[in-house]
Design a protein around this ligand. Structure first.
Ligand code: ACO
Length: 325
């Protein structure tokens, strides 16, 4: 019998501290940086974001999201035989955030590793888990996106620090006789490393280079709108489906204008797009599973719905996953 993979549970977690645009404007003003709620809302659609308390790590947020996904799937940590964590803000240089999180869950023994593809990390990780399940290498995978981007923000750079937030989302992906994940399409173009990066690294006991996020927003914007349509068309063609068959588009939550442009190209009204960027900001690899979980718990995304997930981010990386929920 053919083996497929299917999402059987979702979960998410946001740190308690919520900063509205007004809160952030006040915080930046105290450091002489000028911005406004109007500018942020008009250019990005963002109204609020969550920031983790000092000492809280990606594995803390990811473990909480994972517990909620396990509960939704009605399984225990002992049932998991694969953990993949997508993150660009790992707890340590090594070991992986996945190993640290595995220990927090008490799921010790199964393979656990991180995927680093910035804001495309979750679609990359989900595609890898799907391939491992289809090949018989795993049966019950936990796929997590977890980030504390607040740690790498330059609060003197208003062009980036207003955009990002912290959070985590998780799914349980299990072997199934019926198709869940239908098709995926992943890409990277390393010639664009410089347009979105955090160049600092540890060398000889010191941090070399700038450890804070740098972005050429306009260059990212232009690339993003083109590749997101391309990736969506590719997975639809692989699954022999058309854009109007999509029940829910869940794109990476970076900017409402990119999401509106993608929806328009795919002939989807905005009420078929799950939008959380307004409340979460850009949570990088966590944004898609966070939005998926919010869509599920709001009663929007239902079993059997055709869902398009789309990621795009630093690398430059991008990709799409089409699935029957
Ligand atoms: N508050 C007030 N003014 C600001 C702010 C701010 N926070 N930031 C910039 N400005 C000013 C600029 O200085 C500029 O002023 P000037 O015209 O006097 O020089 C003006 O606003 C316009 O700046 P632009 O950079 O042209 O603004 P733009 O409309 O391009 O919006 C933005 C910027 C929101 C970053 C947009 O380019 C964008 O969303 N890009 C894509 C980001 C993205 O999708 N990232 C996804 C991947 S993230 C990842 O992988 C980690």
């Amino acid at each position: 019998m053919k083996r497929f993979s299917r999402i059987t549970g979702t979960g998410s977690y946001l740190p308690a501290a919520r900063l509205s645009n007004a809160d952030l404007v006040a915080r930046l003003a105290s450091e002489g940086i000028e911005t406004s709620d109007e500018w942020i809302v008009e250019r990005t659609g963002i109204r609020a974001r969550h920031f983790a308390a000092a000492g809280v790590t990606s594995s803390d947020l990811g473990a909480e999201a994972a517990r909620r996904a396990l509960e939704a799937a009605k399984i225990t940590p002992k049932d998991i035989d694969l953990i993949i964590v997508a993150t660009s803000t790992p707890d340590m240089v090594f070991p992986s955030t996945a190993c640290i999180l595995q220990n927090k869950l008490g799921a010790n023994g199964c393979p656990a590793f991180d995927v680093q593809a910035v804001c495309s990390g979750f679609v990359y990780a989900l595609s890898v888990a799907d391939a491992m399940i289809k090949s018989g290498g795993a049966t019950t995978a936990l796929v997590i996106g977890a980030e504390v981007f607040s740690r790498i923000l330059d609060f003197k750079d208003r062009t980036t620090c207003v955009l990002f937030g912290d959070g985590a989302g998780a799914v349980v992906l299990q072997a199934s006789d019926t198709p869940g994940l239908l098709a995926s399409d992943l890409h990277a173009d390393g010639s664009h490393v410089d347009i979105l990066c955090t160049p600092g690294h540890v060398s000889g006991g010191s941090v070399l280079g700038d450890p804070l996020l740098k972005m050429d927003g306009q260059a990212v914007f232009k690339l993003a709108v083109g590749v997101l349509e391309q990736a969506a068309r590719t997975v639809l063609a692989k699954a022999e489906l058309k854009d109007t068959d999509i029940d829910w588009l869940i794109p990476h939550q970076a900017n409402i204008r990119i999401m509106q442009s993608t929806a328009k190209k795919l002939r989807l009204p905005m009420d078929k797009v799950i939008v959380t960027v307004d409340q979460h900001g850009n949570t990088s690899a966590a944004s898609i599973p966070l939005a998926l979980d919010h869509g599920v718990r709001a009663g929007k995304v239902k079993p059997g719905d055709l869902v398009m997930l789309e990621g795009v981010g630093g690398g430059f990386t991008w990709g799409a996953v089409l699935l029957n929920f």
